[in-house]
Design a binder for this molecule. Structure first.
Ligand code: HEC
Length: 181
């Protein structure tokens, strides 16, 4: 009887010891699995950054701030010829098919006096034309405002859009600060 009870305790003890050792081992496995993961990730990011700095990076991965930092407003002015069919860029300029775009950066959306915006554009009126919003809209106007009256296909090349935004930014008495790269 006694040895039977002893065996039960011994068994319980061994079982517990196994679980404890098992957990310790499991922790090691998890810990070891984690260790190589982190440096690997950091290296990947560092490589992407180097690629960008070398100018050989994939443009799709560059932030708008980075693209704007190297944007050329003169090239943007050439891009903007596509807008002149419908927009005026002068201070106090007239609304044509589209509203005057003087000082459009950071202007509240759908706020230009005397222009009859689409309902869909007006639904964004709580927001502003930040560089980000302009960038999204000019990539694909209907992607940002599905029922917009602006019948323009969009500019797909990231750097071309950044050049255009850099030009739009100059159309102001006090150009807005560029977003951080
Ligand atoms: C075919 C005519 C047309 C062309 C080309 C065009 N737009 Fe527009 N744009 C419009 C119209 C119309 C609206 C008003 C849209 C609405 O209310 O839905 C508008 C609105 C805008 C707005 C919103 C302004 C505000 O006050 O909220 C911006 C910004 C804008 N256009 C930028 C551009 C830029 C930049 C280009 C050139 C790359 C361009 N547009 C080319 C017709 C045009």
């Amino acid at each position: 009887m006694d040895s039977f009870v002893f065996n039960k305790f011994a068994g319980a003890f061994l079982g517990t010891a196994l679980v404890v050792f098992g957990l310790g081992e499991l922790k090691n496995i998890i810990y070891h699995a984690e260790t190589p993961e982190k440096p690997g990730f950091i290296i990947e990011v560092a490589e992407a950054a180097t690629g960008e700095a070398a100018g050989g990076g994939e443009t799709a991965k560059e932030s708008l701030g980075t693209l704007l930092a190297k944007a050329d407003p003169a090239k943007g002015q050439a891009q903007a010829k596509a807008c002149l069919a419908c927009h005026v860029f002068e201070k106090g300029g007239a609304n044509k098919t589209g509203p005057d775009l003087w000082d459009v950066v950071d202007r509240p959306i759908a706020s230009h006096e005397g222009f009859a915006y689409s309902d869909d554009m007006k639904s964004h009126s709580g927001d502003k034309w930040t560089f980000e919003n302009l960038n999204t809209f000019i990539t694909n106007p209907k992607g940002f405002v599905p029922k917009t009256k602006m019948t323009f296909g969009g500019i797909k090349r990231d750097q071309a859009r950044a050049d255009l935004l850099a030009y739009l930014r100059t159309l102001s008495d006090s150009p807005k600060p560029l977003p951080a790269p």
